[in-house]
Structures are given as C-alpha cells and as structure tokens.
Design a protein around this ligand. Structure first.
Ligand code: SAM
Length: 284
C-alpha cells in the first residue's frame, strides 16, 4: 500500500476526517493512532502471520486495520459507530481479507463470528476496557492472545501482584486466563485527539491450562468480585455482606483458619492459589 493511503501518516488521517466531516465522539472513546512506531510495536507484539484470524475491536477509520490486513490471513473488524462504516469501506477497499461488522462488541457472540482460533488486536475504547477483556475471557471463544492498547493505569492493574493498590479482580482474572506482558508505554501525543491519560500496549497470551485448579471457577470469581467490591473491609466481612453468596462471617473465618490465614485478612493479600483454595473449601 502506498504512503498516500496509509492512515498512520498524520496528514492522511486529518485529510480523511475533513473530507468526511467526521466529528470525534467522546462517548465511544475515539482516539485515533497516528504514530507508526507504536503501530509497528503492536503488530510485532501480536505475533501475527498469514495463518491467523484477527479480531479487531473498534477499527475507527482503519489505521491499525490496514496493517493487520497486510500481516494476517483474515481480519474481522467490529465497529460500533455507524458513521465510520462508509469511511472504513473506503480505507480498506484494497483488502479482500477483511470483514467489517457494525456492532457493539459487548453484544456480539464471538462463537458465532468465527470458529477459528482468534488473535484479538485493538486500540481499545478506554471507557469499556474491563468489560471487553472480561467478556473475551468468559466467552469461551478460542482466543489465542489479546494484544491491546489500554490506559496505562489499567495495564498496571492487569499485571499487579497481591498487596498493592493496583491489585484487584482484573489482576486475578488476567492471571487465571493469560500471561501478561507490557509491550510498550505510549504517550498522549500518539493519538488524535489526545487522551487525558497515558497508555500502554499489553499482550495477554492465553494459558493452555489455567495455573490453578479450582472446582467451580464461576464461584471463585464471585468470591473475588465480592472481596474487591469492599476492599477496605476484612475478607470475612466483605464476603458476608454479599448476600448472593449466602455466607456467614463464621463460615468464612473457619475457612480462612483451615488455610492458615488470619481471620482479619483482606482480600488484597490473597493470591490466585489462595482464592482457589478458599473457593473449594466454601463450596464443599
Ligand atoms: N483502531 C482505531 C485506531 O487505533 O486509530 C480507533 C481506536 S479508538 C481508541 C476506539 C474505537 O472503538 C473507536 O473507533 C470507537 O468508535 C470504537 N468503539 C467504541 N465502543 C465500541 C463498542 N462497544 N464496540 C465496538 N467498537 C467500539
């Protein structure tokens, strides 16, 4: 593709936006990438080859999509904003291996759009990063890896270890499903319009087998969610207060004792293994 069509070149993006009189929608988290170095880092970090099917969430005007079409066998691009569809049809016109779907990714059944293993690559809309990542993990779709631009602070939460302020339900879900690696830190001036926060590209490579065994995964994650909903409380109080779990404080304290943990421990001290152990005891 020649440079006149490459959207990663800032002048081309600006000209296209003007030509289509496109106005950015804050409510859709629209910050378009304009830095080729970052684009190349995403593509190389995602380790895509011609056998791969890539799912791109939020292609925007197609900047990352163009590079994905060149690297992958097939690209499925899901964009919520219907104003962007005619633009995408034009900017991706020369590629025959792309399917554009005008949908909300949170409403889409991933198992229906592709039976093949997927590599997810995206510059995510930041207002729904966590539901998107959790939805991908929980969909049961054959996802090999997720390489995404997220808010820097969210990347830190994904990689956090027990005890720190960043550690929470998202850190534990990421640990359970994938191995996380930060590919790049990305400053605000790599996008138009500039976001208010710093960003990072993170790669989540799905585990073949989860790192811990747990009898009831859903139950463990409901304990984890309840634990961090009231993170300042002791774990026994936080779990007792979540009525859907139907647990008494004594039941939780006894389980903690069995595990050799203090009764006033907070959820933020527990590792994934310990949540799995607690889940098995409370579910028995
Ligand atoms: N990929 C483009 C780029 O890198 O320049 C655009 C990235 S922009 C941060 C996020 C994109 O996600 C926007 O195009 C936005 O319209 C789209 N989007 C927002 N919410 C969405 C949703 N629920 N489902 C699908 N796309 C969504």
């Amino acid at each position: 593709m020649d440079n006149k069509e490459k959207l990663i070149i800032t002048q081309n993006t600006i000209a296209l936006i003007k030509e289509h009189e496109f106005s950015f929608k804050k409510r859709f988290g629209q910050n378009f990438l304009i830095d080729e170095h970052v684009l190349n880092k995403i593509i190389s970090g995602a380790e895509i080859n011609k056998d791969d099917t890539v799912l791109e969430i939020g292609p925007g005007i197609g900047t990352l999509t163009q590079a994905l079409c060149e690297a992958a066998g097939e690209v499925i691009a899901v964009e919520i904003d219907r104003d962007l569809i005619p633009i995408l049809e034009k900017t991706l016109d020369s590629f025959k291996n792309v399917r554009i779907i005008n949908e909300d990714i949170l409403k889409l059944d991933l198992n229906e759009i592709s039976q093949k293993p997927l590599k997810v690559v995206a510059n995510l809309p930041y207002y729904i990063t966590t539901p998107i990542i959790m939805g991908l993990f929980e969909s049961g779709a054959p996802i090999e890896s997720i390489t995404v631009m997220v808010q820097k602070e969210v990347a830190d939460r994904m990689k956090a270890i027990p005890g720190g302020k960043d550690y929470g339900a998202l850190s534990l879900a990421v640990q359970y499903y994938a191995e996380a690696k930060i590919i790049a830190n990305v400053p605000q001036n790599c996008f138009i319009p500039r976001p208010n926060v710093g960003s990072a590209v993170i790669r989540l490579k799905a585990h073949k087998n989860p790192p811990v065994e747990v009898g009831d995964k859903e139950y463990m994650f409901s304990l984890i969610k309840a634990a961090f909903l009231q993170r300042r409380k002791t774990l026994s109080n936080a779990l007792k207060n979540e009525s859907s779990l139907g647990l008494s404080r004594d039941e939780v304290v006894n389980a903690l004792k069995k595990m050799g943990l203090p009764e006033d421990v907070r959820g933020e001290r527990l590792s994934l293994e310990e949540f799995a152990g607690l889940s098995d005891i409370l579910k028995a």
